[in-house]
Design a binder for this molecule. Structure first.
Ligand code: SAH
Ligand code: SF4
Ligand code: F3S
Length: 454
């Protein structure tokens, strides 16, 4: 890090401006969190943020391969970068993240995108400074992708996107091998961080002004397995909940198969754990769930929901759904719709199944595209009115809202979130950002609430 910094400082003295970077993140919260570390390292090496890739000295793409369209978007943008780089040979292009863990991708980039300068994967992002230095010295393409995690590196510098909220990794990887999913192949086996390291990181964040944290893992409910200390996710939550000054705790993602009664109790008893859970259903058909290797039935799922609703009144439940998984029939889709109605989701992400090479489901024959689209639309038609009805129940009430950002559409409007993660827009100025304010809800749409600060 120091070596690159000193090169950049010399440059700064000679050209009179700092070198700049532009970072683009694809994919999930895990990737977004990794990007905060990447940006932290770039900053420590003397680079400065620039909003556009057109004039950046370093462009870095932190990639995702969960569905084919995530990959296609990345290749599309890379084509655009090629043109920019043609006119600016000293520009550095760096690719990292989940996509880079696939051999086929590395081959394709080496062959067809040889203007890329540096490639690394998900296990070694802390090596960025070394790789950058090597590339500066040699001018050659540097590829450093590991097949597994060798060690968990703590205390990397990090620049948070928001001052008042932060993500905290509690575990890495995934052991579940859902038959459609690439994550276990690109993020490796499950590894939990010690509760001491997690609590220490959160305490530091809170003393730096963070009010809300999101505990991150592909399956937070199995946190603690394989650690020397005897701790469960519920135990970790209780520890974290005691941290003074921490107002809101969220977590994602919860796998239904590992959701314990102990977790529900911890959520019910600790005031600063948000009344909110993201609980991916994927499908409401037992036959499809089995083929997906999800290891729960719709009955198991509905029982969890019943317990959550009983013990944590007002809890908001959101989900992920996959439409068009191989072997799925219209009847299976109807079963999913039935479960959606029974649960009453506040919102849901609905994805069209995308075969990922190397996964078990990739060998199965695909469903017809038109049929899948019809099923997809049926699901959305079911979800949207339910979201609207749930939002309507908020109207007329007053809630604590964490003011998060100036609305993208109106500079006099602030967007914030309720404890239950509902999005609300209300009139206000930038000075409110990062504060928890009382907001009365006056109106609602399907995907958000409208309110006023009181
Ligand atoms: N670990 C989380 C999910 C991570 S991926 C969990 O188990 O819930 C986020 C979502 O992407 C998944 O919940 C799933 O709905 C969707 N997804 C994953 N692989 C997919 C694929 N091959 N095609 C379509 N959607 C997929
Ligand atoms: Fe993928 Fe399943 Fe692991 Fe989630 S639990 S990351 S869907 S394999
Ligand atoms: Fe994508 Fe990797 Fe996350 S594949 S969804 S960025 S773990």
């Amino acid at each position: 890090m120091e070596k690159v910094l000193s090169v950049n400082n010399r440059e700064f003295e000679s050209i009179g401006r700092k070198r700049t970077y532009h970072a683009v993140t694809y994919g999930c919260q895990m990737n977004a969190h990794d990007s905060e570390k990447i940006v932290g390292m770039l900053n420590s090496m003397g680079y400065e943020l620039t909003e556009s890739e057109d004039n950046a000295d370093v462009v870095i793409y932190n990639t995702c391969c969960i569905r084919e369209n995530a990959e296609n978007r990345m290749y599309g943008n890379l084509g655009y970068l090629k043109n920019i780089k043609a006119g600016r040979k000293d520009m550095k292009i760096i690719l990292c993240g989940c996509m880079m863990q696939q051999d086929s991708v590395i081959e394709k980039i080496k062959k067809s995108y040889n203007f890329v300068d540096i490639i690394f994967g998900t296990y070694n992002l802390y090596r960025l400074p070394q790789l950058l230095y090597t590339n500066m010295e040699t001018g050659a393409q540097v590829v450093d992708v590991w097949k597994e995690q060798k060690e968990i590196i703590e205390d990397l510098p990090s620049i948070r996107k928001y001052q008042f909220k932060a993500g905290v990794n509690i575990m890495y990887g995934c052991n579940n091998f859902c038959s459609y999913c690439i994550v276990p192949y690109v993020r490796g086996r499950e590894r939990s961080r010690s509760s001491e390291n997690i609590v220490h990181e959160i305490e530091t964040l809170v003393s730096d002004g963070v009010k809300e944290i999101m505990l991150l893992g592909q399956n937070v409910n199995s946190y603690g397995r394989g650690l020397e200390e005897n701790i469960t996710f519920a135990g970790l939550l209780r520890k974290v909940s005691k941290i003074k000054g921490l107002e809101r705790i969220r977590f994602m993602t919860s796998h239904p198969k590992d959701l314990s009664d102990e977790l529900i109790e911890a959520m019910a008893e600790c005031d600063n754990i948000c009344k909110y859970i993201h609980l991916p259903l994927q499908s409401g058909s037992n036959k499809v769930l089995k083929a997906m290797n999800r290891k729960y039935t719709k009955e198991d799922y509905l029982l969890i929901v019943e317990k959550l609703r009983k013990r944590i009144p007002g809890i908001a439940i959101t989900t992920d759904l996959i439409v068009g998984f191989p072997t799925e029939t219209d009847e299976d889709n109807e079963e999913t719709i039935e479960v959606i109605k029974k649960v009453g989701y506040s919102s849901a992400y609905t994805f069209i199944y995308s075969p990922r090479s190397g996964t078990a489901a990739a060998k199965l024959p695909m469903e017809d595209e038109e049929i899948i689209k019809t099923r997809f639309n049926k699901i959305l038609e079911t979800l949207n009115p339910i979201s609207y009805e749930i939002n309507k129940k908020h109207v007329g009430k007053v809630y604590k809202v964490l003011a998060e950002e100036v609305s993208k559409n109106d500079s006099g409007v602030i967007s914030g979130r309720l404890d239950d993660n509902s999005l609300v827009h209300f009139k206000g100025g930038e000075e409110l950002i990062g504060n928890i304010v009382d907001v009365k809800i006056n109106d609602c749409k399907t995907f958000y609430l409208l309110g006023e600060k009181i």
